[in-house]
Design a protein. Sequence first.
Length: 292
Amino acid sequence: MMHTSAQIGGTVKSGSSILRKIGYALLYIILIGVAAFQLFPLLWLLLFSLKNNQEVFNLPPLSLPQNPKWENYAKVWNSGNIDVYFFNSVWITVAATVITVVLGSLVTFAITRMKWKGSSLVLGLFMVAMMIPVHSTLIPLFSMFNKVGLTDHPLSLVLSYVAFNMPITIMILLGFYYALPKEVEEAAIIDGCSVNRMFFRIVLPMTSSVIATTGIINMIYNWNEFIFVNTFISSDHYKTLTVGVQNFIGQYTTDWGAIGATLMISILPILIAYMFLSDRIVEGMAAGAVKG
């Protein structure tokens, strides 16, 4: 009887192991299918960018170009002003992201770690700001920037990005800041550390993971933003990649291959950054959720 029970137990464990393996195999198949579905637009865009207008309309979407037009990339970079747009996108994105993360960290620190009247009201105002549609602010912002001479100026973009990204940045930082141990701050104050020095030397390094998360989210939004650039910027000298694609859309003809090349150039930097830093996003979001 004991021998039979042992055999039955072994059979049950073996069956359970087989079912587990089948479950993992199905899960991997589903995930591979989802990944392929997500990569399909990128593959289509790459093939699209290597075709001329005749191939775009006459060949199937996923067919290989007969003669890959790599010159489309040289054309948009050299004669399409894309190099200027690319540089504008980089510095505007970096400037707005750095300012938003630093200011958001300061505001969150003041709300969560310092006791003062009105902190709940200020937090509520920032959260309410998340419900304001972007489109409803275009006319007031344009009128305001026009009065102070900031229309057709990159500073109008930086200020708009900072204002609209501040609420989501504070919301992500809140959970992490609430859970920071107060003993570290108390020890720093006892040692004679000022509030400013404590924030920049102690608190900010402790929140590096969640800061990386907010930075990447801000960077993705700023890089892909179109409405503000199209509304506030009119000269080619200050345009970014998101509106630069319009240069290849003419009244009578449209260079579709050049448009595809421009879109690929605009996608690659943010895609590469996300591939290398995606773990930090998950780490920061998980840390904020658990600690909050």
